[in-house]
Design a protein around this ligand. Structure first.
Ligand code: ADP
Ligand code: CDP
Length: 215
């Protein structure tokens, strides 16, 4: 089977940027599982489903057709044929995604889709439960961290019109929900290497992961 690199960590720790850089350097595919939870959430909001109602979310989560691209140079995600790469980053989706991702039926469906895409490997997969649940046999497992302030600073540099303080509060709320939910909470997998990126540049983090792959 081909190589699987599992990349987990809280929001803004650098998972997407590092995963894409590593995939590009090694000619691997790339899967953003967070985009799949966001796409499911975008669809629920559009359908008018109350995302605080776990039973309603569970009842409808089998309906949307989700298609994820795996090209690190052109991450793509479609819901029922609609390109949602832009809308899934908007504040309404970000505010609702952790509630949707806490519903066990949602996770069961998306984890199955993710394992199908991973298939024989040759892929870098990023998320919250990749090393623990989706790909427990991954050849390399990385757990990225950074200080809450550094993560908020990075994210607010990407999102226009948001302060570092507002970002930090939103991330703290999401991190708490993601780490305390009963089904597959964010946690460091057995055998994962923890990398604190607070004082590192993106290129330094990518180089460190490439070194772990070559070991
Ligand atoms: P995540 O996927 O974990 O939410 P992202 O990959 O979206 O994180 O990273 C957030 C931002 O932080 C990106 O714009 C990235 O370029 C920037 N960044 C700055 N320094 C670093 C670093 N040392 N490691 C990773 N990303 C960094
Ligand atoms: O954009 P950010 O890095 O902050 O988050 P993301 O990776 O796009 O993930 C969005 C949300 O999806 C997370 O806050 C989790 O609630 C959920 N998620 C999850 O539960 N499991 C995953 N494997 C990936 C994301």
């Amino acid at each position: 089977a081909g190589l699987v690199v599992a990349m987990d960590g809280p929001s803004g720790s650098g998972k997407s940027s590092v995963s894409r850089g590593v995939a590009r350097a090694l000619g691997l595919r790339y899967l953003d599982t967070g985009a799949m939870y966001r796409a499911m959430t975008w669809w629920m909001l559009r359908q008018g489903v109350d995302v605080a109602d776990a039973a309603a979310v569970a009842a409808r989560c089998g309906e949307p057709a989700l298609v994820s691209g795996t090209d690190p140079d052109a991450p793509a995600i479609h819901v029922d044929g609609v390109d949602v790469a832009g809308p899934i980053r908007q504040a309404d989706v970000t505010g609702a995604v952790s509630a949707v991702a806490a519903v066990p039926e949602v996770r069961r469906r998306l984890v199955a889709l993710q394992r199908e895409i991973v298939g024989d490997g040759d892929i870098v997969v990023e998320g919250r439960d990749i090393g623990t649940v989706v790909c427990p046999d991954a050849g390399v497992k990385v757990y990225l961290t950074a200080s809450a302030e550094a993560r908020a600073r990075r994210r607010s540099a990407e999102v226009t019109g948001s302060t570092v303080e507002a970002q930090q509060a939103d991330m703290a709320r999401r991190d708490t929900l993601d780490s305390t939910r009963t089904t597959d909470p964010l946690s460091m997998a057995a055998g994962a290497v923890e990398l604190d990126t607070t004082e590192l540049t993106l290129d330094e983090v990518i180089a460190e992961v490439l070194r772990l792959v070559k070991e």
